[in-house]
Ligand binder design. Structure first.
Ligand code: MV4
Length: 447
């Protein structure tokens, strides 16, 4: 069962590549960075033990280029691959190819990535595990007529979603039957273009939910565990902006209920490695929406309140070990908040703002963590997403975490590119943020 891991290839870039290098180093494991021609000056290239250029600037040529990544792993003697998030992290074919080359994939089994990638399949499994779902279909819709019939049964408004989706693409709110045909065709062609799969399903549209997700783990010995929840309701255009742990707006009874649902799903499928089970929350009820089979951008807030290193846990599970904290009672300690720092221009509708960082001062001090790959003189390439780091604060309670995050945001100096730091400062001023009265539609109203 035990798999020796002595050298990990990191099939990613940016802050998450750096984060994985940190974890590997602390475990005495060597790392191989791969990088695109646009990332030669990137921090992950400098920090890794080995670095291999795998292709041109576009993701297709490099971070999504499976043959080149596998060739790099073989030539540089990797025994495992960590996919990070995004790129190939939820591509079941990649997981299979990695394993078929005798390399350990640091993530779930390909079969579980595939299962959860089909959102209707995921709902069927959640239903079987007794996890509550939003009223709607757990089979793809055959026709517009089918959609109208189901919507009439459950009542408008409804939400059309892409079976192959996630992240809001191929999603449409339908207010009444008159809109159905047009929205159905629009959502289906968007899904076809984005995922090569136009299949849709439908749910009752929850108008004012919170987005709450549970950090879960399974190991090859059949053990399961959780590290409680994160609240990720503040999003814009389906990109999360602020995340925190624990959620400021659920009771301890609700917390126990939602982690129970998440563990039932993990147990039902015999899931292995780290995952996130996503729920909508409204009026004391949780509704499963999807499961992510990767490490998430916002994992640090969970690490800060649980004391568990999630990346190391992933590596240990991939080595065939038991979940390391099984025999401990994990209790939540204090509160953590993450602000995603993006190079984008708040004055120009948050359009990306790549370019050279001419002056940088990173804040620090007690209770501040920065996960980032930027440095003074670094040139942010225009080919990838605009997130340049994450500023995470920890406090003994939520008020202290907020005050600390505000202090650190005010101390942060990034010149040469525009950033969303002013947006974060605005959020921290909102009364509804301070009181925990915010929902998935709040941020769009505030900006
Ligand atoms: C929903 C929902 C309301 N009702 N499902 C967005 C991305 C995907 N992970 C799930 N999402 C949602 N699913 C039901 N049944 C609200 C969201 C949602 C959202 C929807 C429309 C516009 C903006 C949104 C922002 C966050 C969540």
């Amino acid at each position: 069962m035990a798999q020796e891991i002595k050298r990990i290839l990191i099939a990613n870039r940016g802050e998450i590549a750096v984060r994985i290098i940190h974890a590997a180093k602390e475990m005495g494991i060597e790392t191989i960075a791969v990088y695109s021609e646009a990332d030669a000056e990137s921090l992950h290239v400098q920090l890794a033990d080995y670095a291999v250029c795998i292709g041109g600037p576009s993701p297709q040529e490099s971070y999504l280029n499976i043959p080149n990544i596998i060739a790099a792993a073989e030539a540089w003697g990797a025994d495992a691959v960590h996919p990070g998030y995004g790129f190939l992290s939820e591509n079941p074919t990649f997981a299979k190819i990695v394993e078929s080359h005798g390399l350990v994939f640091i993530g779930p089994r390909a079969e579980h990535i595939e299962m959860m990638g089909d959102k209707t399949e995921a709902k069927k499994i959640a239903k079987r595990a007794g996890v509550p779902l939003v009223p709607g279909t757990d089979e793809p819709l055959e026709t517009v007529e089918d959609a109208k019939r189901v919507a009439a049964e459950i009542g408008y408004p409804v939400l059309l979603k892409a079976a192959a989706g996630g992240g809001g693409r191929g999603m449409r709110i339908v207010e009444d039957e008159g809109e159905m045909e047009r929205k159905f065709l629009a959502a289906s062609s968007e899904a076809e273009a984005a995922f090569g799969d136009g299949r849709l399903y439908l749910e009752k549209f929850i108008t004012r939910p919170k987005h709450i997700e549970v950090q879960v783990f399974g190991d090859v010995h059949g053990n399961v565990a959780h590290l409680y929840e994160r609240e990720c309701s503040l999003q814009r255009r389906h990109q999360k902006v602020v995340e925190e742990a624990p959620s400021p707006s659920i009771t301890d009874e609700e917390r126990e209920r939602v982690v129970g649902y998440a563990l039932n799903l993990v147990r039902e499928i015999g899931y292995v490695n780290a995952g996130t089970v996503e729920f909508l929350y409204e009026d004391g009820n949780f509704y499963f929406i999807e499961m992510n089979t990767r490490v998430q951008v916002e994992h640090p807030v969970t690490e800060m309140v649980s004391g568990v290193d999630i990346i190391k846990t992933q590596i240990r599970i991939a080595m065939g070990e038991e979940i390391p904290f099984l025999r401990e009672k994990i209790t939540l300690n204090g509160h953590a908040i993450e602000a995603r720092i993006n190079a984008e221009d708040p004055e120009r509708n948050f359009t990306p703002s790549p370019g050279e960082i001419t002056l940088l001062h990173k804040p620090g001090g007690f209770g501040i963590r920065i996960d980032s790959h930027i440095y003074q003189g670094y040139r942010i390439p225009p080919f990838y997403d605009s997130m340049i780091g994450k500023l995470v604060s920890w406090g003994r309670d939520r008020d202290e975490a907020i005050a600390r995050l505000r202090r650190a945001l005010e101390e942060f100096v990034i010149e040469g590119v525009k950033t969303n730091i002013p947006l974060h400062l605005m959020i921290l001023e909102r009364r509804d943020f301070l009181t925990g009265r915010f929902y998935t539609n709040s941020l769009e109203k505030w900006v």
